[in-house]
Design a binder for this molecule. Structure first.
Ligand SMILES: *[C@@H]1O[C@H](CO)[C@@H](O)[C@H](O)[C@H]1NC(C)=O
Ligand SMILES: *[C@@H]1O[C@H](CO)[C@@H](O)[C@H](O)[C@H]1NC(C)=O
Ligand SMILES: *[C@@H]1O[C@H](CO)[C@@H](O)[C@H](O)[C@H]1NC(C)=O
Ligand SMILES: *[C@@H]1O[C@H](CO)[C@@H](O)[C@H](O)[C@H]1NC(C)=O
Length: 353
């Protein structure tokens, strides 16, 4: 998997420089009204961001594996057959507002789906409240930091679900359904994903993982329903789905293959497992020494302690060197039982030396 290998190489290089300064910023917040036609939902955002969406496309196109470009063009040419609603119409509306071709918009959306390196943590505090923390790390960081936004998806003038995303991207990698659950996706690299992608799309009943996350936020009413939906949906790629609910014990890391869950790893606070850290490796294996973000995250969680979980202490965990690295574009803390606590920071780490 070329992009991830590239990311890994970069990571190895940057992880040597561990002294960070960081001046995080708060991203803009938008509403997307689900009661509008899909093609009109994103216009107000794309009007603000069209130049940088175009710039990001140019950068991405110059860096992706050659193979991906004809796949994007193929999807664009048979758009309505290959992509489900509302995503097809939303992407079409974005292409029109940004004055870009459908193929270009599809390419950008594909890349975001598959090149994410991340850390997600689900946990239960000493009072039984469930929390969720995540960093999203990417290869195209400068532009992505400027595209990072929070969106509240509105239905009947109420927040149906909130997400952190990049302008121009209709799938979701980080989201919260208020008083129900929070969910994040970490990439699971299982080799030649783009060879499978076209086959997967042609099979029809498969979803890009980021569409499954958004569908789950839109449709699942609680933690259990979210788990079942992820477990039973065929996806175009594999992935780690980290889900945090509102009741005691409701935290899980789902290691998913394309057809269903390989493994559902649940919190077990009464036996001491009050948190679970997932990066980009199966939890039952050891991460490679060249990319071990898991160990520093676990160490930081243990030194924080179960009785000391707050939004700020979780941002400290997310700022642990290696967990926070040069590729980190944003950090998020959520607790779906108290949705107003959701806090997002765009990260701008820079090395001191
Ligand atoms: C849209 O893009 C086309 C081709 O790239 C260009 O000729 C045209 O001027 C653009 N229109 C606007 C409104 O930017
Ligand atoms: C991102 O935004 C900052 C501040 O507005 C700007 O200085 C920088 O050039 C932008 N970077 C890119 C890659 O667009
Ligand atoms: C996940 O799917 C498998 C196979 O269909 C099923 O046996 C299992 O009960 C499901 N688990 C959950 C939590 O939905
Ligand atoms: C609570 O967390 C803060 C910030 O991470 C840390 O400075 C403090 O020592 C912790 N207190 C306890 C009792 O663990």
């Amino acid at each position: 998997m070329a992009i991830s290998r590239l990311t890994l190489v970069f990571f190895t290089v940057v992880s040597i420089c561990y002294a960070f300064t960081d001046n995080p910023t708060v991203p803009p917040v938008f509403q997307v009204d689900l009661d509008l036609q899909p093609s009109a939902r994103w216009a107000h955002i794309i009007q603000k961001y069209h130049q940088i969406v175009k710039d990001s496309h140019a950068v991405i196109r110059s860096k992706v594996p050659e193979k991906l470009i004809p796949i994007a063009e193929f999807i664009a040419a048979d758009f309505d057959n290959l992509l489900e609603q509302p995503y097809a119409d939303e992407l079409r509306g974005i292409a029109i507002t940004a004055n870009m071709s459908l193929g270009d918009i599809v390419l950008t959306n594909l890349v975001y789906d598959i090149s994410a390196f991340c850390t997600s943590i689900t946990m239960q505090d000493a009072h039984g409240q469930i929390w969720h923390a995540r960093n999203l790390d990417y290869g195209f960081t400068d532009i992505l930091r400027n595209l990072t936004i929070r969106i509240d998806f509105m239905k009947n003038k109420k927040v149906s679900y909130s997400v952190v995303t990049y302008a121009g991207y209709v799938g979701v990698l980080t989201g919260q359904r208020p008083h129900a659950f929070a969910i994040t996706l970490d990439e699971r690299d299982q080799g030649a994903w783009y060879d499978n992608l076209l086959v997967a799309l042609l099979e029809r009943k498969v979803k890009p993982v980021s569409f499954l996350i958004r569908d789950t936020l839109a449709q699942a009413k609680d933690f259990t329903a979210a788990l079942e939906m992820i477990n039973s949906t065929v996806t175009a790629a594999e992935g780690y789905f980290i889900v945090s609910g509102t009741n005691k014990g409701e935290g899980a890391v789902i290691t998913k293959n394309r057809v269903g869950a390989n493994d559902i790893w649940r919190l077990d606070p009464s036996n001491g497992r009050w948190f679970e850290v997932e990066t980009n490796y199966d939890h039952w294996t050891s991460p490679p020494a060249s990319d071990n973000r898991r160990a520093p995250a676990i160490k930081s969680m243990n030194s924080m302690g179960q009785s000391n979980i707050t939004v700020d202490s979780l941002f400290n965990v997310l700022s642990t060197p290696l967990v926070l690295n040069k590729k980190t574009t944003y950090s998020v803390v959520m607790s779906p039982a108290q949705p107003e606590l959701m806090k997002v920071l765009v990260r701008h780490p820079a090395t001191k030396n």
